[in-house]
Design a protein around this ligand. Structure first.
Ligand code: ATP
Ligand code: MG
Length: 529
């Protein structure tokens, strides 16, 4: 948005609404969104039950998931949902916090606007405060080595404290850390970009504690023909992109099917073409075919007679994992297929896990991926665990990449707010008020944690603020599991510094964007213009 007067077009708007009203309307819509997730935050947060239009029910307390499922009309409110999504994408956790912070920032801005302060100095002040916050976090954050098991596990557990699998958080912290370390060892560059190499496979039955880490890659595909072997040892794998069926245009156009002999001729021709395909594979001793295109039933049957197994219609991501792990090269034209293009795995196995069929490649040359086999009695538990694991591996990867942490449970927000207020005193004019408003909005995070734990907000906030006297007190926060105020860094309530930086930066940017909007125009009217 580069013009001075960005325009937001709201579907429900009927006319050019007065400036202040437009702003208020947007902010109110955003506050409404915030209320849907506010009570889920922190260890004592509550679950939400979502019912979609066909009546399917999801029970979750993951901010990202709830927001993803909301059906929202207001554009500003939708931007709030996108804020959460961006935080999820950039750090993988902290979506609820970002939404709560941004909404509070806007609420505080609205109060300033009601005192006849123009939005311009407010947005300026917010920008100053946001930059200062990043600087403060860089100053206070703790540098750690990537081998620091204890702190990394602390961060993993902190991320799970607010999820329904808290009972197995120690076990999952180890599992997740092992998975992240495996991926870190086998890949180059930032690990955060590689967390998708950690596959989560849900296997109903037993309990979460029976979940395990398995090396090798899991592709959710069954073999093309049930007569193909269940296990292939020392598999020679052809990875191709080629429809293995006969398309009509490939037939001789001059076959006119008039007599039974002609039909036979037609069928023979098809068979010969398929035989031609087959020969490319048998000549090279291929025992496994991986194709991201279709394979006809007929060809599947021919393969199975030769003892060759195959899977078809793989996604690009799955093909990529097979290529990476087995060291093969994907080929489009079978004529080009050579020995050196084949991938290798000590074992390829077809197995049903829960309700799903998997092809498992193990003993690969270069397994860049790893799988977590999640076990659990109920589907809801498995889904919750899967979502929680996504947050955990993201958090761990972020810390290993950036090697900086801060304390959770509101500690960092209280410390930053305190330092921002000191900074505000150096700034003159209306901007000073905006920086103070920014500091107050940061404290909405500890305030919400306390409120959600059913504790007295004023009492605990006063105590927390008073406890932050010297720089040594910077990690004093609240533990809402034990309901105690203390040094959360020592307690192992830990978050990536990057997480809070991103929450503040993204939340601040969105608030400023919304504050600059002062007109709402009906979509139809705008079209006519
Ligand atoms: N033992 C604890 N005591 C107090 N606060 C805690 C504790 N453990 C974690 N927290 C805090 O809980 C907050 C995270 O809550 P939650 O995971 O529900 O929301 P989020 O991370 O902002 O969003 P989401 O996980 O839904 O993407 C963080 O501020 C974290 O410091
Ligand atoms: Mg979280």
């Amino acid at each position: 948005m580069s013009s001075n007067v960005p325009i937001i077009i709201l579907r429900e708007g009927t006319e050019d609404i007065k400036k202040r009203e437009a702003r208020t309307q947007n902010i109110n819509a955003m506050m409404a969104i915030t209320e849907t997730v506010r009570s889920t935050m922190g260890p004592k947060g509550m679950d939400k039950m979502l019912v979609d239009s066909v009546g399917d029910i999801t029970i979750t307390n993951d901010g990202a998931e709830i927001l993803d499922k909301l059906d929202i009309e207001n554009v500003a409110a939708n931007m709030m949902v996108n804020l959460a999504k961006s935080v999820d994408k950039e750090v993988g956790d902290g979506t609820t916090s970002a939404v709560i912070f941004c909404a509070q920032l806007l609420q505080n801005a609205l109060e300033l606007i009601e005192q006849e302060i123009h939005p311009k100095p407010i947005t300026n002040g917010f920008k100053l405060a946001s930059n200062k916050t990043i600087q403060i976090i860089d100053e206070i954050s703790k540098k750690i080595s990537e081998d620091n098991e204890e702190l990394l596990k602390g961060a993993a557990i902190t991320s799970m404290n607010s999820k329904d699998i808290a009972a197995v958080k120690e076990y999952f912290a180890e599992l997740a850390l092992k998975a992240v370390r495996h991926v870190a060892e086998k890949n180059e560059g930032p690990i955060f970009d590689k967390v998708s190499n950690i596959k989560v496979i849900k296997a109903p039955g037993k309990s979460l504690k029976d979940s395990e880490l398995i090396s090798g890659i899991y592709i959710e595909k069954e073999k093309v023909n049930s007569n193909m072997p269940d296990v292939i040892s020392n598999a020679k794998i052809a990875i191709i992109r080629k429809k293995l069926e006969i398309v009509k245009s490939e037939y001789d156009s001059n076959i006119m099917i008039k007599s039974p002999e002609k039909i036979q001729q037609f069928l023979d021709q098809e068979k010969n073409m398929l035989k031609g395909y087959l020969k490319y594979f048998t000549d090279l001793g291929v025992t496994m075919i991986v194709n991201n295109q279709d394979i006809s039933d007929k060809f599947g049957a021919m393969l199975s007679k030769e003892g060759i197994a195959a899977i078809k219609s793989l996604s690009d991501d799955d093909i990529k994992s097979v290529i990476n792990a087995t060291g093969g090269t994907q080929i489009d034209d079978l004529k080009d297929l050579r020995e050196e293009h084949l991938g290798f795995a000590e074992k390829v196995k077809f197995e049903k896990i829960g309700d799903d069929d998997y092809t498992i490649f193990s003993g690969c040359k270069n397994p860049k991926t790893v799988a977590i086999l999640l076990k659990g009695g109920l589907e809801k538990i498995l889904n919750t665990a899967e979502i929680a694991l996504h947050d955990v591996v993201s958090v761990l990867a972020k810390i290993i990449d950036t090697k900086t942490i801060v304390a959770g449970g509101g500690a960092t927000y209280i410390e930053v707010a305190k330092r921002l207020r000191t900074y505000a005193n150096e700034i003159s004019g209306k901007e000073q008020l905006a920086i103070q408003a920014f500091a107050n909005a940061l404290e909405e995070i500890p305030r919400t944690l306390i409120a959600n734990a059913g504790l007295d907000v004023i009492e605990n906030m006063t105590e927390l603020r008073a406890a932050h006297k010297t720089p040594e007190d910077k990690w004093i926060g609240i533990d809402t599991i034990e309901n105690k105020i203390g040094n959360n860094m020592e307690k192992g309530i830990i978050e990536p510094a990057e997480l809070i930086k991103h929450i503040v930066k993204a939340g601040g940017e969105l608030a400023n964007l919304i504050l600059r909007v002062d007109r709402i125009i009906n979509a139809k009217a705008a079209e006519r213009d």
